[in-house]
Each structure stands twice: as structure tokens, then as C-alpha cells.
Design a protein around this ligand. Structure first.
Ligand SMILES: Cc1ncc(COP(=O)(O)O)c(C=O)c1O
Length: 396
């Protein structure tokens, strides 16, 4: 096996010592509200299936129908023979939803950010290393895309448009292509970027604004459109509120053509299979009409935030269906998560490097499958546990 094996083991041991080692937990799920682990049923507070579409009959029906009619797989990458005509209809729906001229479907949100950003920042195409201004809490996949393009990010403080403005001013005389990169809703904080303000800065500095709308699409914005209206390029995923898998880029015709030619994750990966496309298609049909579900989820999250604050917990700057309880140390986050588990709630401890040092947390995600009684029972449990004694840390 060579000497690498023992080095990996040492690495794992060091993670274990710092309470940062991760383990897979076998789980089963038969509905959107609960999950079963080791024979016990928990209320699932850790899923991104915000509209509870994962178990919707319309998705299951179209999955079955498209598998039956069009096959279990697509057979090749889209540039070979995998560009099934099913894609065109879905891309049309996504472009309309995102109010952009075109859309392109890719395999996953991670792959989209990893390979779309790499392609967009390719200095051979744009003639110089771009200047990429990025929120410092952007998702790992966005960092990965920047790294793959060998771009040194210019990071601004989380959600801080004034800091971004300062940094843009400092580089005002630099005529290299500029990009601004942010999530609309941050996955571990549930807070929202000031997109309109950022778009104004992008416009003033002739920068291209790229927004990852993963946690807003389907659940926030008018008709579930997300919060990326002012972006030049939107990246998002079907794996969260839309209940299945796969991702998209919504953009201009030129950018779409460029990605078809330069985006390695698109070119060198097999096209999504028809059953997955069926799930996406059905979710896109249902989602605009799910206003009641969106309002329900927003109310649940607000009920939780108010109740948690009243019990002394720090929920950061969350305004959405994602609500963290900031615990501080990895130990404190793990301890709180374990107490919730003992009471029948599954909410995951999120530790560095996913979040910055000192801001380990338990992340709660509310969905259309939960109800007010779930929240009240959860708050009762939290009321019986001492809140972590961190000073208000926030997330920056
Ligand atoms: C902001 C953001 N972008 C991208 C992704 C990756 O999406 P996917 O799960 O479809 O790979 C995630 C999910 O973890 C995310 O939170």
C-alpha cells in the first residue's frame, strides 16, 4: 500500500483528537419529515428538501415514466450522444424562471461551481488573470472552482457591500476582467447577501456578478424564482428545494455557448439520466404554485428563531428557512446535536472547516413537511438544555 496509508491514518487520528473527524451514518427515509437511524425514527431537521418535493407523487410518476420511455441512463456526455431532447424543454423552463436568455444543465451543484467557474476564469480565454471578489463565506465548491482556475480570490467580509466597494475602488484602475462571486442565501448561516447593492457595485465597476442561488431557488423570491434577478450569471441546483439532483447555469447565449466549449465538467461527464430529468421537470412544473408551502416554511423558521432567541440561543443573522444555533466549539455543537438526538430530532453539528473556527453550530433546515408542533417540541427540548455560553459570535 506504500507509506501513504499510514499518513492518511495519522491525519484521521489528528482530526479525531480535535473532534473534527467525520463519519457516515446509515439512514433510511420514507417521507420528507422523518428519517430512521438504528431502528429509531427522528424528525429530520437536516435536509435541504425545503418544499418536501422529494417524496411528491408527481416527481415519482415522471421519474418512472421517463425511465420507462427514455431509459435509465443517457448513454454519453451531451456533446457525444447524450444531448437528449428532454434537456431543451427543461433548460427553457429554467431560463424563464431565472429570467435569463439561456440555461445549461450540468451534473451537480458542486460540479457546476467547480468547473463552470474554472472555465469562466480561464485566463487563456479572457486574456488575463481575472480579479475575483468573493464573499469570504462562499461555499466550498466556489473556492474549488477558483482554485482550479488558479485564481487568487479577493475576499470581502461576509455580506459586507461596503467592504466590497472599498476593494473594488482599490482595483479601479486595473483593467483586467472583474467578477463578483456570492451566494444569495448562505448555506450554513441562512442569511441573505445584499444582492441589489452588490449588483449596483458590479455595474459601477464593470464587473460580472455570479450568484449561487442554491438555497433560494424554489423557496424564496417571487414564485420561488430565487434571489438572483440582478445577477449576470446564476448557478443553482435541483438538489435542494426542487427535491432531486442536478444543477443549472442561467446566463447569456454567449456564455452558454462558451461553457459548452470550455466547461470540463460539462464536456467530460455523462449527461444526467432521464429519470433524474423527469424529477427536475415535474418539480419545475409544481414549484411556481407552491406559495402556501413557501409561506408555511417561512413561518416555521421565524417561530423557531423567536423561540430560540427567547431561550438564550444565538441564531446569527438568519432570515430564511436555514437557521443555525451557533455553539462556538466543535464540542459544544456536537453536544447540542447529541442532546437533540436523544429527544428524537436529527440536526447536524457543522464544524470547521465547513464553517470558520470558533463558529461551530447546529444547522436547522425547515421544510414544508414540518409543522408548528414540531417547532414547539423542539423549542421545549432546547429550553431544557443550557444554551452554549458563547458571546454573540455572528458568522463573519
Ligand atoms: C451554495 C451551494 N452551492 C452548491 C452546492 C452543491 O450542490 P449539489 O449538492 O447539487 O452538488 C451546495 C450544496 O451543498 C451549496 O450549499
Amino acid at each position: 500500500m506504500g507509506q501513504s496509508e499510514s499518513r492518511y491514518q495519522d491525519f484521521l487520528d489528528a482530526l479525531g483528537k480535535d473532534r473534527l473527524r467525520r463519519h457516515l451514518t446509515d439512514a433510511a427515509a420514507k417521507d420528507a419529515r422523518t428519517l430512521q437511524i438504528d431502528g429509531r425514527t427522528y424528525v429530520n431537521l437536516a435536509s435541504n428538501d425545503y418544499l418536501a418535493l422529494r417524496f411528491h407523487e408527481a416527481l415519482a410518476a415522471r421519474v418512472g415514466e421517463w425511465a420507462h420511455c427514455f431509459g435509465a441512463g443517457s448513454g454519453a456526455s451531451r456533446l457525444v450522444t447524450g444531448n437528449l431532447d428532454l434537456f431543451a424543454g427543461i433548460e427553457h423552463k429554467v431560463a424563464a424562471l431565472k429570467q435569463k436568455p439561456k440555461a445549461l444543465i450540468v451534473a451537480s451543484g458542486f460540479q457546476a461551481n467547480a468547473s463552470v467557474l474554472q472555465a469562466l476564469f480561464d485566463r487563456r480565454a479572457i486574456g488575463a488573470e481575472p480579479l475575483v471578489f468573493a464573499d469570504r463565506l462562499n461555499h466550498a465548491s466556489m473556492h474549488f472552482g477558483c482554485q482550479a482556475a488558479a485564481v487568487r480570490q479577493i475576499r470581502y467580509r461576509h455580506l459586507d457591500a461596503a467592504h466590497l466597494s472599498e476593494l473594488l475602488e482599490q482595483h479601479a484602475a486595473d483593467d483586467r476582467p472583474k467578477f463578483i462571486l456570492t451566494e444569495s442565501v448562505f448555506s450554513m448561516d441562512g442569511d441573505e447577501a445584499p444582492i441589489a447593492e452588490i449588483a449596483g457595485l458590479a455595474h459601477a465597476h464593470d464587473a460580472t456578478l455570479i450568484v449561487d442561488d442554491a438555497h433560494a431557488t424554489g423557496i424564496l423570491g417571487e414564485g420561488g424564482r430565487g434571489l438572483s434577478d440582478c445577477a449576470d450569471i446564476v448557478v443553482g441546483t435541483f438538489s435542494k428545494a426542487l427535491g432531486s439532483f442536478g444543477a443549472y447555469v442561467a446566463c447569456s447565449t454567449t456564455v452558454r455557448d462558451y461553457l459548452v466549449n470550455r466547461c470540463s465538467g460539462f464536456i467530460y461527464s455523462t449527461a444526467l439520466p432521464p429519470p433524474v430529468l423527469g424529477a427536475i421537470d415535474a418539480a419545475l412544473d409544481l414549484m411556481p404554485g407552491m406559495e402556501q408551502e413557501r409561506a408555511h416554511v417561512a413561518r416555521l423558521a421565524e417561530r423557531f428563531r423567536v423561540g430560540a432567541a427567547a431561550r438564550g440561543y444565538d441564531t446569527g443573522a438568519s432570515t430564511t428557512q436555514i437557521v443555525p444555533i451557533i455553539a462556538g466549539s466543535a464540542d459544544a455543537a456536537l453536544g447540542l446535536s447529541a442532546k437533540l438526538r436523544a429527544a428524537g430530532f436529527w440536526a447536524t453539528a457543522i464544524r470547521p472547516p465547513t464553517v470558520p473556527q470558533g463558529t461551530a453550530r447546529v444547522r436547522f433546515a425547515f421544510t414544508a413537511a414540518h409543522d408548528a408542533a414540531d417547532i414547539d417540541r423542539l423549542l421545549d427540548v432546547l429550553g431544557g438544555v443550557a444554551a452554549p455560553t458563547t458571546a454573540k459570535i455572528g458568522s463573519a
